[in-house]
Design a protein around this ligand. Structure first.
Ligand SMILES: [Zn+2]
Length: 74
């Protein structure tokens, strides 16, 4: 019998979007801190926040605004 190497799949492969009520397959991964800038109520599940394509887009929009505000306060 040849020992079959059952390599555990990297957890990144099948993560789901962290936004509550979404659950779509994640397309991007952000740090939880970053993701929280756009989404409130994210579960505390480690340091990373996988986001589906749609929510990533939303995040991008939201952080773009935040960045502009940040610049204004500086
Ligand atoms: Zn999502």
């Amino acid at each position: 019998m040849s020992p079959e190497i059952a390599r555990p799949r990297p957890p990144e492969e099948e993560e789901n979007c962290l936004v509550p009520g979404c659950g779509a397959v994640a397309a991007r991964r952000l740090s939880l801190t970053e993701a929280r800038k756009a989404f409130s109520g994210l579960p505390d599940r480690g340091r990373r926040a996988p986001l589906c394509r749609d929510h990533y887009r939303e995040w991008k929009k939201a952080t773009k605004k935040a960045r502009t505000l940040e610049r204004a306060t500086w």
